[in-house]
Design a protein around this ligand. Sequence first.
Ligand SMILES: Nc1nc2c(c(=O)[nH]1)N[C@H]1C(S)=C(S)[C@@H](COP(=O)(O)O)O[C@H]1N2
Ligand SMILES: [Mo]
Length: 414
Amino acid sequence: MVRRPRPSLSEKLLAGRSVGDAIDEELGHLRAGPFDEDAFPSRLHDERVAALLGIALGVAFATCFLTGLYSHFAQTPLSIGFLSMPASPAWLYRVTQGLHVASGTAAIPLLLVKLWVVYPQLFAWPPVRDLPHALTRLSLAPLIAGSIFLLFTGLLNTARWYPWEFGFRETHYWVAWVTVGSLLVHVGAQLVVLRRTVGPTARRRLAVEAPEPPGDGLSRRGLLTATAAAVGAVTLATVGQTVRPLKDLSVLAPRLPDVGPQGLPVNRSAAGAGVLDLIRDPEYRLTVTGAVERELSLTLAELQALPQHDADLAITCVEGWSAGATWSGVRVRELLELAGASPDAEVRVRSLQRRGSFRSSELNVPHAQHPDTLLALRIDGEELHPDHGFPCRLISPNRPGVQQTKWVTRLEVL
Ligand SMILES: Nc1nc2c(c(=O)[nH]1)N[C@H]1C(S)=C(S)[C@@H](COP(=O)(O)O)O[C@H]1N2
Ligand SMILES: [Mo]
């Protein structure tokens, strides 16, 4: 009798066997440790728990992504084609950036719990069932790596810690696209699971067919409640950095909206920017140059003698804090008029600072022409503190803090 040789893996596949069955047959004897059928006995490693956490994460990620896109484009100089960032409503950027940081912060406990609930699936057997299964698993790598990268670089950013070499904003932006792309693949692949495990009919059916297995320790409901409590706690502990009435609860907020000279936080002090001598120099002038009919060169006293206007506006730092104040000073629009600049002109605002990425900024037309866009000389009635931009600083509605240039010395009409 002739013994037939064992068919190879490829022969099995050609014979129409599923990849999963073939792998199981070939490698089944290696299945041990975390790959064992009951290696993870906790009832909390559950599909429905994972799906509910996934929905919460989806909401947080969608909020974070859209507000992040808005912030990215708000910081891109001037207009993109016909799109120009509007100057009103004045509060818009404050709300979107507050949501960006709050949804990113809330996503951290959600992601940690979700990863713990699903990590046994890393050891699913067979490791690959078919092509869609392989692709779904592969798409998890950029999703998990991207999510961890975004949430933790974002968190470090709110703490003003930049221990990396790369540019934060560009990297955060591109990794966000990769992460959201793989998130869409993941959600697509999980739609069937969602339908099976979540929703009123599923809940009723599951209560009968698959009730929570008895056991000691945390129940599934308990885990979800604890996660919700953790999300609530980190939110309350930080959101006071932008929602002022909650500031006393915000024990973990890196900045509070009323702590700093003149009751306002400081991002980069005059000393840190190396401008302490320059701002007190009697030779200080505010000049208006570029595409103008007459160049202006004004002393501080001449600026103070021009008509002064008030504006209630907030500084909204991209790092998550925001704080409002009443500013008064000279309208940029009126300075541009005095110099005979076109009302359609964009403007570059330059400071006395010699180095540093935020030493200048640009005003698009809606911002340059807005009556609340000021070169502010005073804050809540007092002369500006050096750390808030003495002798004068730009303040303009609906604009990221990085563009509220301090220690201004020149307006270049473009
Ligand atoms: N010249 C100059 N202006 C600047 C900065 C800077 O580094 N240099 N930092 C900006 C940032 S990031 C913020 S959030 C605001 C903070 O203003 P404040 O320190 O008066 O609160 O100033 C902006 N203006
Ligand atoms: Mo900032």
